[in-house]
Ligand binder design. Structure first.
Ligand SMILES: [Zn+2]
Ligand SMILES: [Zn+2]
Ligand SMILES: [Zn+2]
Ligand SMILES: [Zn+2]
Length: 355
């Protein structure tokens, strides 16, 4: 659902910034073929805006360079805005989330390119230069996208729908994904030679998606092009019995053959659980459902292929143990739990802390 269409709160500095950033991004994308020079300039402006957005979300003074903070001058636009370098520094020092090195490098390339465009006159850009610009923006876009939907997801939440649509558009136009795939070809070929398997990415459609078989019908997809990651399990549809269906971690299941759906946590649990005694009186002896110490899932772990599987994060475990204080089954190390407790209890120490 588009949260923006819901009742609006007064817009904040942050929202205004992000809205501007999206504007510049859209402009840059529409100009990529027709006017690469302005595309670079607008794209970089968008990058700067998105870098500053988490700072503005924290406090408006973090995007102001001058020491003498004046809200009135700020609102009238009469202030020196933080530079690229300073924005990076403040993300690390003030917000404790430094920009990833790969992101900084990708943004820096666009920045330098933008400076050349602005300071030296270019009359006409040939096909080769245009491809370079596409590739550069492809990489910067993927980093920017990760910055927004991964690192700062909580802040950008209201805009994710819109940004995801933009991403989809880009992929449909194939500008970015294909350019990036081409640049990654040598690396992918190298990985294939070393025995890695690649397949078509369900997200970006390139063949840059690395496939890893983890055994027990559990596999992972990890796209080098768009950073799409998925852990999934091959299952038999409980309705039409098709054996080649997949359910992905943290996702609901829909059978591609018969549309059978399982979406709640308990439905997914039942879909994967292999405990034959579940629901019978013998279930009392069962050490599942157990709690998952990987994802802190409460009673998410079922019996699976002679071991245990968290039906939330899809981590597989050979064994479970019991918390010595609350007796709940857990996947982590239960040593000392009598005193310290587990993820879901406080143990002896916590219990007696108020005495
Ligand atoms: Zn992909
Ligand atoms: Zn089915
Ligand atoms: Zn888990
Ligand atoms: Zn416990």
């Amino acid at each position: 659902m588009n949260k923006l269409s819901a009742k609006k709160e007064p817009t904040t500095d942050f929202e205004n910034l992000v809205r501007n950033g999206i504007d510049f991004l859209e402009k840059a994308m529409s100009q990529l073929d027709s006017d690469p020079k302005h595309s670079v300039i607008n794209f970089y402006t968008a990058v700067e805006i998105f870098l500053k957005a988490p700072l503005a979300h924290e406090h408006w003074t973090l995007v102001v360079m001058d020491r003498d903070f004046n809200r009135q001058s700020y609102e009238s636009g009469d202030f020196l805005s933080v530079s690229f370098e300073d924005a990076c520094t403040r993300l690390a020092t003030a917000l404790k989330k430094p920009l990833k090195l790969s992101a900084k490098e990708a943004f820096d390339k666009v920045r330098k390119h933008r400076n050349r465009m602005v300071h030296f006159y270019h009359d006409g850009i040939d096909g080769k230069q245009r491809d370079e610009i596409k590739l550069e923006q492809a990489q910067a876009w993927f980093e920017l996208n990760r910055f927004i939907v991964d690192t700062w997801r909580d802040k950008f939440e209201p805009f994710l729908f819109e940004l995801r649509n933009m991403e989809r558009n880009l992929i449909a136009h194939n500008h970015y994904a294909q350019a990036k795939y081409a640049s990654l070809m040598p690396k992918i070929e190298g990985l294939k030679k070393s025995g890695k398997t690649f397949q078509v990415c369900p997200n970006c459609g390139t063949e840059g998606c690395q496939f890893e078989d983890e055994g027990n019908r559990i596999s992972t997809l990890d796209c080098l092009v768009c950073f799409f990651k998925e852990k999934r399990i091959q299952i038999e549809c409980p309705d039409c019995q098709d054996p080649n269906q997949y359910v992905a971690a943290y996702d609901s299941f829909v059978c591609t053959k018969c549309d059978h759906e399982a979406s709640s946590e308990s439905e997914i649990f039942d879909l994967l659980d292999q405990n034959q005694a579940r629901g019978t009186k013998h279930d009392l002896d069962s050490d599942t459902p157990a709690n998952c110490d990987e994802c802190q899932g409460y009673q998410t772990v079922c019996d699976y292929e002679g071991g245990y599987l968290c039906t939330s994060c899809f981590e597989y475990f050979d064994a479970v143990s019991q918390c010595e204080w609350c007796n709940e089954s857990m996947t982590g190390d239960s040593a000392h739990t009598y005193v310290t407790g587990c993820e879901h209890c406080e143990g002896y120490a916590g219990h007696h802390a108020d005495d």
